[in-house]
Write a protein that binds this ligand. Sequence first.
Ligand code: PBG
Length: 324
Amino acid sequence: MYLQKRHRILRSNPAIRSLVAETILTPNDFIAPLFIVEGENIKEEIASMANYYRHSVDLTVKEVKDLWSMGIKSVLLFVKAKDELKDNKGIEALNPNGLMQRSIKAIKDACPEMVVMTDVALDPYSSYGHDGIVEGNEIVNDATVEVLAKMSVSHAQAGADFVAPSDMMDGRIGAIRKALEENNFTKTGIMAYSAKYASCFYGPFRDALDSAPGFGDKKTYQMDYSNRIEAVKEAIQDVEEGADIVMVKPALSYMDIIREVKDAVDVPVSCYNISGEYAMIKAAAKMGWIDENKAILETLTSMKRAGADLIATYFARDAVRLLS
Ligand code: PBG
C-alpha cells in the first residue's frame, strides 16, 4: 500500500513520542489546595476525599514546606471555621487574628517564597452556607461585595500573595482591586474564579469544610452549565476589572470553556480540578476499575492541553511524584 502520509511514524516509540509531545506537565503548573482547621497536631482525613486531609496550622506549615521542597510553588488556602463563629455577615472572615489570617502568616514566615493564594467567599463563615449575605431567600450582591473587598484587604494584610474570590458576585473584582489599591497593597494579585459553574461535583469539598448551603442552591450566582458565551463575558469583564489570573471551574466537564476563555483573554488561565473530580478517580481506582496514576496524568494533561496555564488540584503532590 502506498501512503503519502503515515501518522503512526510519530507514535512508533516512547522516544519519538516524547520528542513531539505538545503538552508537558511540570510542577510549575500546579496549585495545591489546603484545608485548615483549628487545633494542634491535627490531621483528619476527609471522608469523601480519600487520602486528603484537613490539617491544623502547625501541620499545614510542615505540609507547605514539603510541597515547596517537591517543587510545588503555590498553595490555595481554605479554612474550616467553627460553627459558633458563623453568622450572616462574615464578621469572622475579617478577624485579623482569624484562622485564615493566622495561617497565611505562619506559612509566609516558614516558607516565604511559596505563593500563597487565599479563598475569598463567605461560605465557610456563613450560617447559611452561602457565598454571600442572605436576605430573605436572596443572596444579596452589593453588600456581599463590600465584605469580600474587606476580606481581601485582611488577607493581603496577613501576607497573602493572591486573593482568589470564588463567590461569583457581580463587580467584586473591581471592588477588590480598588480596596487593595486604596490600602496600598499594590503587589497583591487577584485570581478570579471567573467562570464558576453551579456544579454537583463540589459535594466532597462541602463535606471538607462543612459548608453545604443550608437552603436552596447556588444557581443564582454560580453559572448555569448550559452556557458557554457567558463564561467568556465573565472572564473578559474580570480582566477589565483588574484580575491577574482568571479561572474556569470545574475542569473536567468544562474543557471547552477552558479553551474558549484561553483564546479570549490575555492573562494566564487557571482551572480547578475540583473535589468531585478527585473523588471519582479515587473511587474508581479503589474498585480496581481504572489505574489511578494513569488517570491522574491523563486528566491533568488534558486540562493543560485545553488551555489551562495553572491547575488547582488535590493531585498536585501525586502528579509531581509521578512526573519525577
Ligand atoms: C466556595 C467554594 C467551593 C469550592 C471552592 N470554593 C464550593 C462551592 O462553591 O460550593 C469547590 C472546590 C472543590 O469542589 O474542590 N466558595
